[in-house]
Design a protein around this ligand. Structure first.
Ligand code: ADP
Length: 321
C-alpha cells in the first residue's frame, strides 16, 4: 500500500531523513517510532504531500507521489498532532466543510453518517467543536482524516493530552480502522505501539534502526537471560570470578553499591540458565548471595538500546520484568 525507497530529505547540509526504505501492507498498522528529531514528522509530511523530498521514491496505493501527486494525496487521510479543527463550527458543519474541501464524490449524507458511526461521535454531531472534550475533539480529528475513505490513515501522536480512558478508546478506534485501512501511527509512547501495532519501524537520526513485527522486536532481545545479583564480598574478585564462568556472556558491577554488597548484572548465553552454577560458585568462595532477580527487556529497553549512544551506560537499559 505504501512503498518508500531510499527517501532523503536535507535541510541545507543536514539530513532530516537519510536514505530510508520501508513498506506498509494493506490493512497493516505500523508504528513509526523514534526520539525527538529522528525524522518522523519529516517522513510523514512527505507521505502526506505537505513536503517534497530531496531524493527517493514514494508510492501510495500505486500512485507515485511526484508523478501522480493528486491521486496519491487522495489516498491518504492525515491527523496531525494538532487536529485542524474549526472551533466555531459544529461537528456536522465541520465534516461537511472537509467533505467539500476534499471534493469528495461519495454520497455525502451516507458517507458522513458512516464516519460518525465508526468514530462514535453521533451524540455530539450538532455540538460546537469548542465545547467538546479533548477526547471528542481527537475523534473529530480522526473523522476528518476518514472523509473520502482514503486507504491510508496517518496519525501523528493521536493520544497526546488525552486522559487514560480516552486513550483506551482512541486506541480501540485505531484498531478498528486497521480492519479497513493501512495505518501509520507516529508516537513516542511505547505502550501504545505495543498495544496497537502489528509492526514497528524504529527511526533514529534519520535512519531506520529496526523494522520488524512488534513481537519479534521484543523477542529478539530476550534470547539471552539477564540476572541482577546482589552479592557480599570483594566486588572486583567476584566480578572476575563471574566473568570466568562458563555460559556467562557479560557481567558488570553496578556503581553505587551498599556498604558490604555489590549488585551485578549478569547476562548468560542464549539458552543457558546460570542461576544454579552461580549459586554454587559463590557458595564455594564464601560470597553470600543476598538477592537474585531475573531481568528482561521490555520495548522501552529495546528502544533505548537501539537509539541510544552506545557510549552511554548499558545499565540504563535494564528493567525488572
Ligand atoms: P521528529 O518528528 O522525529 O521529532 P523531525 O522530522 O521533526 O523529527 O526532524 C528531523 C530533523 O530535521 C531534526 O534534526 C530537525 O531539527 C530537522 N528539521 C526539521 N524541520 C526542519 C526545517 N524546516 N528546517 C531545518 N531543519 C529541520
Amino acid at each position: 500500500m505504501i512503498k518508500v525507497e531510499n527517501l532523503v530529505k536535507k535541510y541545507g547540509n543536514n539530513y532530516a531523513v537519510k536514505d530510508i526504505s520501508f513498506t506498509v501492507g494493506d490493512r497493516e498498522i505500523v508504528g513509526f517510532l523514534g526520539p525527538n528529531g529522528a525524522g518522523k514528522s519529516t517522513t510523514m509530511n512527505i507521505l502526506t504531500g505537505y513536503l517534497s523530498s530531496t531524493d527517493g521514491y514514494v508510492e501510495i496505493d500505486g500512485h507515485d507521489i511526484l508523478e501522480d501527486s493528486d491521486a496519491a494525496k487522495r489516498s491518504v487521510g492525515y491527523l496531525p498532532e494538532i487536529p485542524p479543527l474549526y472551533m466555531d463550527m459544529t461537528v456536522k458543519e465541520y465534516l461537511n466543510f472537509v467533505y467539500d474541501l476534499k471534493r469528495c464524490k461519495l454520497n455525502r449524507e451516507k458517507h458522513i453518517m458512516e464516519i460518525i458511526n465508526v468514530v462514535k461521535i453521533e451524540d455530539v454531531y450538532n455540538r460546537l467543536i469548542s465545547n467538546l472534550s479533548r477526547g471528542y475533539r481527537q475523534r473529530v480529528g480522526i473523522a476528518q482524516a476518514l472523509v473520502g475513505n482514503p486507504k491510508v490513515i496517518i496519525l501523528d501522536e493521536p493520544t497526546i493530552g488525552l486522559d487514560p480512558k480516552q486513550i483506551v478508546e482512541v486506541r480501540n478506534l485505531i484498531r478498528t480502522l486497521g480492519r479497513d485501512h493501512s495505518v501509520i501511527l507516529s508516537t513516542h509512547i511505547l505502550s501504545e505501539v505495543q498495544a496497537v501495532c502489528d509492526r514497528l519501524v524504529i527511526i533514529n537520526k534519520g535512519k531506520i534502526v529496526a523494522d520488524k513485527p512488534t513481537d519479534e522486536i521484543t523477542a529478539s532481545f530476550t534470547g539471552s537471560s539477564r540476572l541482577e545479583a546482589k552479592i557480599c564480598g570483594n566486588s572486583k574478585e567476584i566480578l572476575s570470578a563471574i566473568r570466568g564462568m562458563q555460559g556467562v556472556a557479560k557481567a558488570e558491577a553496578l556503581a553505587g553499591h551498599e556498604i558490604d554488597s555489590t549488585t551485578f548484572i549478569i547476562e548468560s548465553s542464549p539458552g543457558v540458565d546460570i542461576r544454579k552454577p552461580l549459586f554454587a560458585m559463590l557458595a564455594s568462595r564464601n560470597w553470600p548471595l543476598i538477592g537474585l532477580t531475573s531481568l528482561g527487556m521490555n520495548l522501552e529497553d529495546v528502544f533505548i538500546s537501539l537509539t541510544n549512544d552506545p557510549t552511554k551506560s548499558p545499565t540504563k537499559a535494564i528493567s525488572r520484568k
